[in-house]
Design a protein around this ligand. Sequence first.
Ligand SMILES: NC(=O)CC[C@H](N)C(=O)O
Length: 372
Amino acid sequence: MSYCRRGSKGYLYLEDGTLLEGCGFGSPQTRIGEVVFTTAMNGYPESLTDPSYRGQILVITYPLVGNYGVPSPVIDDGILLNFESERIQAEGLVVQEETEGVKWNSSKSLNRWLEEEGVPGLSNVDTRSLVKKVRKSGVMMGVITQGEPPSDPETLLKRKYDEIDFTSLLSPLKPIIHRGKGKGVVVVVDCGVKHGILRSLTKRGLTVVRVPCSFGADEVMDYVPSGILFSNGPGNPNLLEGQVKTFRDLSEYRIPILGICLGHQIGVLALGGRVEKMKFGHRGVNKAVVEVGTNRFYISTHNHGYAVFRDGVPDGTRVWFYNPDDNVVEGLKHEKLPIMTVQFHPEASPGPWDARWVFDLFLKEVKKNGNS
Ligand SMILES: NC(=O)CC[C@H](N)C(=O)O
């Protein structure tokens, strides 16, 4: 790499000793994270602000990133449009080619956005071979930096993604209320909720109370909810004993519960199942899931590194969705209780809306519950 148009070289050092050299963009910071990739061809503003990417360096397989700039934030009752949280959550971004795009609603370039938010970017690297490596050896920790290669990467890489509880960094400190125009209150146990989930609930008239991820069942029940949603979030679900207990305790109230992504995994653990780390995860917006029973395929958005395999399904539940590529369990329904969970993202953001009816189904359950 001899010439970088923004002046600075950039580097990604991987846990296995590989050093990739490219061009720096965004902010000249050094950050550590688990190196993961998404196959989404668009939606970088949503992906970068998805709290579930906290602690991870995101590699985008689509070769041109930045084409349509970064939209201006629109906030409606505290809920953002076009972004999934108030800041970039990913630790760093790796792309093949970073572009200065424009679009009618773009307020700045990707480069400027990363610069303002203190997040390093790396471009002009062969993302294809990087992804092949990650697919082959599994996800690894990495250091992203600019200027010079990292001087002591081994020390930096002592930090392991799987051992950190990121949810406490993202969860609100106190409850936040978003009012819907209809009846019914849903408490969202917020371990880093995507705003797309909040939008999906308020759009259906529901009032949303976002409570800290550390809340126990009694604190959740103080809001007399008609339904409870356990949100998506970053990190290893096996560290979240408190949240698992809260889910278990709440299941006894027989109130409709919907778990999404991390929420699905917490539910599985609460009901006695098992959640394991995958080799390189599912991250993208064109992943098929099959609904058991109807045999319908839905194209859906995924962002998960942990998963429930067939032998980890808890007793008393049945598989609702699975991924036809690798058979991973993508959703469960409880046989007796009004509990349903999905590993994928029915709110999309970014991605297709094929499965947004999951929220309609939840709404139906919430209405049946009577409090609404
Ligand atoms: N999007 C999510 O909620 C991700 C859940 C969990 N952190 C995983 O990677 O599997």
